[in-house]
Design a protein around this ligand. Sequence first.
Ligand SMILES: NC(=O)c1ccc[n+]([C@@H]2O[C@H](COP(=O)([O-])OP(=O)(O)OC[C@H]3O[C@@H](n4cnc5c(N)ncnc54)[C@H](O)[C@@H]3O)[C@@H](O)[C@H]2O)c1
Length: 264
Amino acid sequence: MNEQQEGRFEGRVVVITGSATGIGEATMSRFASEGASVAGLDNQTAKNEATAATIRHDGGEAIAIECDVRSEEAQTNAFAKVLDRYGRIDVLVTSAGIYVGSALVDIPMERWHDIESVNLTGVLLSNKLVAATMIEQKSGSIINVASMAAKTSWPYSAEYSATKSGVIGITRSVAMELGPDGITANAVCPGNTVTAMVRTVAAEIGATRDMTGEEWLDMRANDTALKRLAEPWEVAGLIAFLASDDARYITGQSIEIDGGLILS
Ligand SMILES: NC(=O)c1ccc[n+]([C@@H]2O[C@H](COP(=O)([O-])OP(=O)(O)OC[C@H]3O[C@@H](n4cnc5c(N)ncnc54)[C@H](O)[C@@H]3O)[C@@H](O)[C@H]2O)c1
């Protein structure tokens, strides 16, 4: 775990989508450990409740809200619950996402619609639904989780890369539109990070290259300057920095956290 700054987010309210596992879970814990009240939105209800319960057990303030980010009604209800409980929203982190990759000639259109509805519609809705609150407050930080798949390329990932490039597009436009109201919007672009998702990616892409998932992950680690994959808490540290006062003049950026992947 990287260095925490006790009380840095005291009094702030943070909403995180995709909080049940992986980067979203690590981000929930990070903000809570620095004093924020955190609300996690996820459709994996039991795991999401467990994330929030662990934080409360450790003395933090957290609620889990069941929410399928694909649904405008579900997200509207979820944001209303957060406002009912805490009365404001200072930070939005959109980490809910899925991975789908296929050989181009085989892309099943239903899988494209699945990934588009979570990774793009879900992110757009969260940004839309938090905007009125942040505009009224004249402050706020939005951090959307994109991916190095938007900055570099590999085969069998056209669907995923398209959605993550779209997340950067949303972020840049939101930064321009909400900047005059004192709101920042940035994207983070992780390289391969050790979560459930990366194992799915490894198995699917590895199979196209006659490699096991583990072999593909070793290859990806070796492609970085640091010769390892990222840990979820390292990505959470960047997200927390972007939500902090130290980052208040950073907006519209898509920041790589990739261990030096695109240097090689
Ligand atoms: N792991 C990586 O290597 C990596 C790299 C770059 C970017 N990312 C991005 O980071 C984000 C988090 O991924 P992760 O690696 O932590 O994966 P993960 O699978 O551990 O976490 C994704 C979370 O999103 C939730 N989710 C999925 N569909 C949802 C829906 N319809 N409604 C609500 N919640 C939903 C899942 O339940 C899960 O808790 C994703 O946007 C992913 O694309 C991951």
